[in-house]
Design a protein around this ligand. Structure first.
Ligand code: FAD
Length: 472
């Protein structure tokens, strides 16, 4: 008998199954290629540490996501005080910045040149606003908001380190999603008044790791009659007459099983999905999907014999002097994540597929991270106990200039498959947080339930998701 099939057991796929069940679907099937649920928001275990794949915190303004998280892990949530710093020009500074400290550490000349360069940027921005000319790129957005000096010092190098693209080649959507603050003057005003709106002061965290949310959600789906099959890779999606008919799954033993599908909600990357379709999409559509590029992330976890090693939940490193962009210390999220008397720090190193770092040995990555800890003074008074490297493929969607047109091409094609709904971070190529993916899973389930054979309006709704913001 045909049933609802969901591809991917990250938070979006699991939320889709859960909300389908709430709508009365008795037996959805979730297929996940990895041996664990959670996707990017999973938690790994190593040497007595429970490690998220990069720093994850719970922060949401969406009532459904709030309610679902509360019902799953409410008793395990701990309140963490957010402390973070930036290592800039060889100096540590609080992040978000305080004006006094910034001027003291960067020197009055740099401080003044930041302010002076912000004024022409602001005037240009004002002129463009009057002429109703939106910024052509992330670079132009930064210029208008912050002026070229702060761009040069912080934003351009950081953007290049994370996305491996010049700010001029990134779509201004990066700013809308990533920079909640309005610009230099509001950053300075917030810094002066101590009323920071762009960064949370406390956040919630499921004490046993972010992966607890997905693990509990998978349990709930199973307890309500659904299936969550791990190590089951989607290997083919067969469609005829504008509808998906079946999905072929590869089992852990390498066999193939075919599942008849009444609807398909998919959260896997669009380019992977297009490869699975049979019949195949036209070549230009596949090429457009392949152009939706990502940065992978190498995560180097270092266990040290000092607890804690730093005063910070996480730290930013825009400069080229160290290989990593951000480091987070698990202890500050919850001391129970690490063994007694020890601490574990995770250093993130984003990399595009052809970047040299992809070809560097794990040994060298470990060494370069430890060297970076020494260079910045973080390693002071501690010895390294052990290190492990994990690679997260497709960690960051890269909003290159032109990506919107390519995404539209792909989604226009997919809207020809009435009972297929693509959603989530990868399914809509949407740089988001996990609460947004929970929402995207819920909305996909509701849409698919109400319009089982008409997906076109779903893709038209994606502008709604553009309102999602990542809060630092
Ligand atoms: C470094 C980092 C830090 C972050 N910090 C935060 C934070 O602080 N707070 C927050 O809320 N969010 C944070 N996020 C974002 C959050 O992790 C994601 O938004 C969310 O987990 C995405 O969920 P998803 O289900 O949409 O996608 P995914 O989690 O990517 O799920 C997709 C799933 O599909 C599976 N899949 C792929 N191909 C196949 C196939 N062929 N067959 C079967 N399964 C397949 C994958 O294995 C994966 O499990 C962070 C992300 C990163 C990378």
């Amino acid at each position: 008998m045909a049933r609802s099939v969901i591809l991917g057991a990250g938070v979006a796929g699991l939320a889709a199954a859960h909300y389908l069940q709430r709508l009365g679907d008795s037996g959805p099937l979730v297929a996940e290629e990895k041996p664990y649920p959670g996707g990017l928001a999973a938690t790994m275990e190593w040497r007595g540490c429970r490690m998220d794949l990069g720093p994850h915190r719970v922060h949401t303004i969406y009532p459904h996501a709030k309610e679902l998280i509360q019902s799953l892990v409410g008793d395990d949530l701990v309140v963490c005080r957010r402390t973070s710093q930036i290592f800039l020009n060889g100096k540590w500074m609080d992040y978000p910045p305080r004006v006094g400290e910034m001027l003291a550490k960067l020197g009055p000349l740099t401080g003044l040149s930041i302010l002076a360069s912000a004024i022409p940027g602001k005037l240009k921005g004002l002129g463009a606003r009057i002429a109703k000319r939106p910024p052509r790129s992330y670079g132009e957005y930064l210029e208008r908001r912050f002026g070229h000096k702060l761009r040069e010092l912080v934003f351009d190098p950081f953007a290049f380190k994370v996305y491996r693209e010049d700010a001029e080649d990134l779509d201004e959507m990066v700013a809308r999603v990533r920079l909640a603050s309005q610009g230099l003057f509001s950053v300075l005003w917030e810094a002066l008044t101590g009323r920071n709106k762009s960064a949370v002061k406390t956040f919630l965290y499921p004490g046993k790791g972010m992966g607890l949310i997905s693990a509990r959600l998978a349990e709930r789906i199973r307890a309500s009659g659904g299936e969550v099959l791990l190590q089951h890779r989607a290997a083919r999606v067969r469609h005829t007459g504008g509808l998906v008919r079946s999905v072929e799954l590869e089992t852990p033993k390498g066999d193939r099983v075919s599942v008849e599908a009444s609807r398909l909600i998919t959260t896997i990357p669009l380019t992977v999905l297009l490869d699975l379709l049979e019949p195949k999409p036209p070549a230009p559509i596949k090429a457009a999907a392949d152009n939706l590029t990502y940065a992978d992330s190498f995560l180097v976890y270092t266990l040290v014999n000092k607890q804690p090693l730093t005063p910070n939940c996480w730290m930013y490193f825009p400069g080229q002097e160290v290989i990593f962009t951000r480091v987070f210390e698990l202890y500050h999220f919850c001391p129970a994540l690490v063994p007694e008397g020890m601490s574990c720090l995770c250093a993130e190193i984003p990399a595009r597929p052809a970047d040299p770092v992809q070809f560097v040995s794990e040994e060298e990555l470990r060494e370069r991270v430890w060297e970076g800890f020494k260079h910045t003074g973080m390693a002071r008074g501690a010895e390294r106990v052990d290190q492990v490297v994990l690679k997260v493929p497709r960690a960051y969607p890269i909003y290159r200039v032109g990506y919107r047109q390519e995404l539209k091409q792909v989604l226009d094609y997919l809207s020809g498959l009435g009972n297929l709904i693509s959603t989530g971070r990868h399914g809509l190529f949407h740089y988001n947080n996990s609460d947004h993916s929970l929402e995207m899973g819920r909305l996909a389930a509701e849409y698919s339930f109400q319009s089982p054979e008409e997906s076109e309006r779903w893709y038209a709704r994606r502008d709604e998701f553009d309102a999602y913001r990542i809060v630092d």
